[in-house]
Ligand binder design. Structure first.
Ligand SMILES: C[S@@+](CC[C@H](N)C(=O)[O-])C[C@H]1O[C@@H](n2cnc3c(N)ncnc32)[C@H](O)[C@@H]1O
Length: 329
């Protein structure tokens, strides 16, 4: 049942998960039941405060208590581990990071002024901030990898024989999965140097068919038969998106396709994915000044840049992400 007081206290749940993850508790608790005193020594924290945090993890079902006084990670808490196949560890570290939640603290101001909360709080846009902070940039890239890894297998497109350019492709998670599934496809990973910092090992299995290029995607993007923009357009306002899309149009080979892969805002808030997309849209207001868009809003942007929207896929797996496919006019 919905509870307004619990919603108002929601930041506490976020910080409980963040503190536990930052201190490395999930990985230690996953190795088996451990008493508070031993755990406090292992992770080098105050024993009494740790005990209180553990009780919170138990009431949130993230940990279990094995009386008397020993704790272990619950089944529900497993994705907080670093090595879990569906790990959300870096996403928790990113969402709970002081820089991120300070930005959420400026949501009121963002709604009042229309300004991006991140820029208001930190004095510079998110991607400039990441370029100057190696630690946060690593967390950001790994968090993107966690999200992308969960949808890559569902992308419904035949890349056989094509050169695929993943623009803003980050550390190459999507490209590695797509090239892995299509042995005769070639790939170009295009992003800033910070974005591709960890890409080489991720692309190792397809390295003979793939190259990494660094640059600013507003200047130009590499040429290809399929150009992918995954989680990119929702970072930017409409005019900036059209500028980027025109650059993609120039680099798309004859008969090629553009794939925009990101959440699509449903026309009705009664749609099952609406709450996820609406929250993601607000997150874009906080982080980047971008937005989530409806099918017809994507159609208008694509039109303005010389593309025609040809189809929109079903949602990829359990996510709210779809593939918006377009052809050059
Ligand atoms: C939200 S992330 C998406 C990453 C990846 N496509 C994914 O979905 O996992 C946005 C990406 O755009 C890159 N980016 C932002 N501004 C850029 C620019 N001007 N030129 C090139 N890459 C840029 C960032 O480095 C980051 O990797």
């Amino acid at each position: 049942m919905k509870n307004l007081s619990a919603m108002a206290f929601g930041f506490a749940g976020s910080q409980i998960l963040y503190a536990a993850t930052k201190l490395g508790l999930p990985d230690v608790l996953a190795r088996g039941p451990i008493g508070v005193a031993d755990l406090a020594v292992k992770v080098q924290v105050n024993q009494d405060s740790l005990h209180r945090l553990l009780r919170a993890l138990v009431v949130l079902d993230v940990a279990i208590e094995i009386p008397p006084g020993r704790y272990a990670l619950s089944a529900f808490g497993q994705p907080l581990r670093a090595g879990h196949p569906r790990s959300i560890r870096s996403s928790v570290l990113l969402l709970g990071d002081p820089a991120t939640w300070q930005a959420w603290g400026a949501l009121t101001s963002a709604v009042q002024t229309g300004e991006t909360a991140w820029d208001h709080v930190h004095g510079r846009p998110l991607f400039e901030h990441l370029a100057a902070s190696e630690e946060l940039s690593t967390i950001f890239n790994t968090a993107m990898r966690e999200g992308t890894g969960q949808v890559a297998e569902f992308v419904p497109f035949d890349f056989s024989g094509t050169t695929v350019v993943d623009v803003g492709g980050g550390n190459g998670t999507l490209l590695a999965a797509l090239l892995g599934r299509h042995p005769d496809a070639h790939g170009v990973l295009f992003d800033s140097a910070e974005g591709t910092a960890a890409a080489v090992p991720i692309l190792a299995d397809v390295a003979d068919r793939c190259r990494i290029e660094n640059g600013d995607f507003f200047d130009a993007v590499p040429e290809g038969d399929v150009i992918i923009l995954k989680g990119i357009l929702h970072d930017w306002d409409d005019d900036t998106c059209v500028r980027l899309l025109r650059g993609c149009r120039k680099s798309l080979r004859l008969g090629g396709r553009l794939l925009v892969i990101e959440p699509v805002m449903p026309e009705s808030l009664a749609a099952p994915e609406a709450s996820g997309v609406v929250m993601s849209d607000l997150a874009m207001l906080v982080y980047t000044g971008g937005r989530e868009r409806t099918r017809s809003e994507f159609g208008a942007l694509l039109d303005a840049a010389g593309f025609t929207l040809t189809q929109v896929s079903e949602r990829l797996g359990a996510s709210s992400i779809r593939v918006v496919e377009a052809a050059g006019d």
